[in-house]
Design a protein around this ligand. Structure first.
Ligand code: NDP
Length: 358
């Protein structure tokens, strides 16, 4: 039936068994700023597992997924700059589906030279890493920075971006294979947090001073370690819950070292259309210039979404040392042909040694 589509829906929260492959009605344009996208790929992100498990609330039933890339089918009357046939990438709910309605404020044209698959794998994790190093804590040359889960999706991007600011990267990982991957991305020191004492290692590496900032997407299991690794006047950017959410915290403890503690979300950095376009343009420019290597760990069929979540939660998603980001494949890939080079990034990266970008 032409008005139906395949999607991954949850009716209840829980384990991967709640992810159901369903045939439901295709969404229609109802709002002025709606963009109907025929998805070719949807990114797989840890947040999808939080929605599935109920850690982050959705009104149910819901289609899982937070980003996708595809071809525009139709647009609302108020959309001026995006037309049917455009190749686009977007941040929006309900992307594990053949079709998604996205708000035009969070839709960007895919630049020439970037295919839809890479675009889908780049946006959410790429924007997250970018805003973390430019806004949550602005990384400076010669800083010492600790990045947890350094071989993960966001982690590997953070390693590259921080390195290219001229800072020193200490990464944590859970096994040797991931260690190699993080080192190849630019980590100067790697600590296996399954077998080594992270605080001791960080203090040894930094002459007992600790690090200027910590990017912690692991959450519960690493929070105390992160606090202990910060130097006086340091910053702890706690941006995720891969091991569970951080328990309630006594704010007075920050005064021990005058620490800054932040719990940022990407959404609050790209809330307005202007913010989304600016950060997206910066990210695409870096990628197009070959300065951020985004690798795809595996492509799944839409009806393998359960396996994608199992792999992500089972910490398997760096099994192939060449790849890292995750994509659910919804239909066959096609090539992008739309130009949207909004380059502005060069001034921002002048402070770093550009030759170091990989
Ligand atoms: P990753 O690919 O980084 O996967 C998570 C990694 O966390 C695993 O590979 C694993 O690496 C590590 N980890 C440590 N403990 C556990 C555990 N108990 N269970 C599972 N994984 C564990 O995922 P993403 O790149 O998608 O996301 C990384 C983090 O960033 C997540 O916490 C996510 O929520 C957060 N995030 C936050 C955003 C925001 O707006 N604040 C936006 C996007 C992502 P290892 O095996 O090396 O330990």
């Amino acid at each position: 039936m032409a008005s139906s589509m395949k999607a991954i829906q949850i009716k209840n929260t829980g384990g991967v068994e709640v992810l159901e492959h369903v045939i439901i009605e295709r969404p229609k344009i109802t709002g002025l700023t709606d963009v109907l996208v025929k998805n070719h790929f949807a990114g797989v992100n840890f947040i999808d597992t939080y929605h599935r498990s109920g850690l982050y609330k959705l009104s149910l039933p819901a289609i899982i997924g937070r980003e996708g890339a595809g071809v525009v089918e139709a647009v609302g009357d108020g959309v001026k700059d995006i037309r049917p046939g455009d190749h686009v990438v977007y941040v929006s709910p309900s992307s594990y589906a053949e079709f998604t309605i996205a708000n035009s404020k969070k839709v960007a044209k895919v630049p020439d030279g970037l295919d839809l698959k890479l675009a889908a794998a780049s946006l959410l994790q790429g924007l997250t890493a970018w805003v973390m190093i430019t806004q949550s804590y602005e990384v400076k040359k010669d800083d010492w920075i600790l990045i947890h889960a350094a071989a993960g999706g966001v982690g590997l991007l953070l390693v590259q971006l921080v390195k290219n600011c001229g800072a020193h990267v200490i990464g944590t990982v859970s096994n040797d294979e991931k260690a190699k991957l993080a080192i190849s991305a630019g980590a100067e020191h790697i600590i296996n947090y399954s077998t080594q004492n992270v605080v001791d290692e960080v203090m040894r590496i930094t002459d007992n001073k600790g690090v200027h900032a910590i990017y912690d997407g692991v959450g519960k299991d690493t929070f105390e370690t992160s606090l202990a690794c910060a130097r006086r006047l340091g910053s702890l950017i706690s941006f995720g819950n891969a091991s569970g959410k951080v328990p309630p915290f006594e704010i007075l403890r920050l005064s021990e070292k005058n620490l800054k503690l932040m719990r940022p979300t990407l959404n609050n950095y790209i809330e307005t259309e202007e913010e989304f376009r600016k950060s997206t343009a910066e990210l695409f420019t870096i990628i197009k210039e070959g300065k951020l290597d985004i690798k795809i760990w595996k492509t799944y069929k839409l009806n393998d979404a359960r396996q994608a979540h199992l792999d992500l939660e089972g910490r398997k998603t760096t099994g192939n040392p060449k790849n890292i980001n995750k994509v659910v494949q919804t239909t066959a890939a096609i090539e992008g042909d739309v130009s949207d080079n909004l380059g502005r990034i060069l001034s921002l990266i002048k402070r770093s040694e550009r030759k170091e970008w990989v």
